[in-house]
Design a protein around this ligand. Sequence first.
Ligand code: B12
Length: 207
Amino acid sequence: MEKITAAMADMLEDELMDMTDKYLAEGKDPKAILDAYQAGMTEVGKRYEAGEYFVSELILAGEMMNAGGEKIKPYLKGAVGGGPGKGRVLIATVEGDIHDIGKNIAGTIMELAGYEVKNLGEDVKVETIVSEVKSFNPKLLGLSGLLTLAYDPMKAVVDRLKEAGLRDGVKVLLGGAQVDDHILRYVGADVYANDAMTNVNYLNSLG
Ligand code: B12
């Protein structure tokens, strides 16, 4: 799996795609392959921060992640234990943030696991999310954000849900590589997910 991470980090697209096909055909764990991709993305982010990579590399990395994700998706079905009619989930990347790759992967995994997922997209206004909670009535609201500036809109969503009397009827999950206990408390959400599976495990635990 280190080879997948390294190919992603070094932007070796052809090698990465060939390796992904090979590992999937060999029956390697698709979740482990996905995690290796994500680790590669973390390295890309570090190189960007260090001034070694630029936005063009972030864009290319996003395209590689999407292409790999499309290959991995069909193999994840068996890994997440499907079954229809498990309930509704609403997901969105909050306003000001356009990172949507991780949210889309998480959405696909929840769909494969049997949840009805409504994906509002990225850069979604606080008011839109609150009114969708009201009309769609999900058991879980997944708010995604990778930028530091995403935490205030996340908090605004939770505050607005409280004001509207909707907070008790929905669990709020924060998704994104950087979210942690501190941000969870700041926002007032119920749980956070830095990976693709936490959400499904959490949802299944809700019954
Ligand atoms: C690819 C990328 C981009 C792409 C995004 C393409 C797209 N369509 O999403 C592009 C080029 C557009 C981009 C733009 C920018 N980016 Co950018 N980007 C990244 C990068 C390298 C990878 C993100 C990614 O896709 N990871 C792979 C996925 C699979 O992982 P993930 O998102 O973490 O998702 C997983 C979990 O977190 C969780 N999850 C996530 N969401 C959800 C939702 C739910 C409901 C659930 C259950 C789970 C869940 O499950 C996912 C699967 O395991 C990160 C570095 C990093 N380490 O994250 C920087 C990073 C996030 N970007 C950064 C920056 C600075 C920017 C820009 C401001 C750059 C610029 N100067 O223009 C802009 C911001 C634009 C904006 N307004 O949003 C910084 C943010 C710093 C900060 N603290 O605010 C980072 C951290 C890089 C860095 N180290 O500096 N970026």
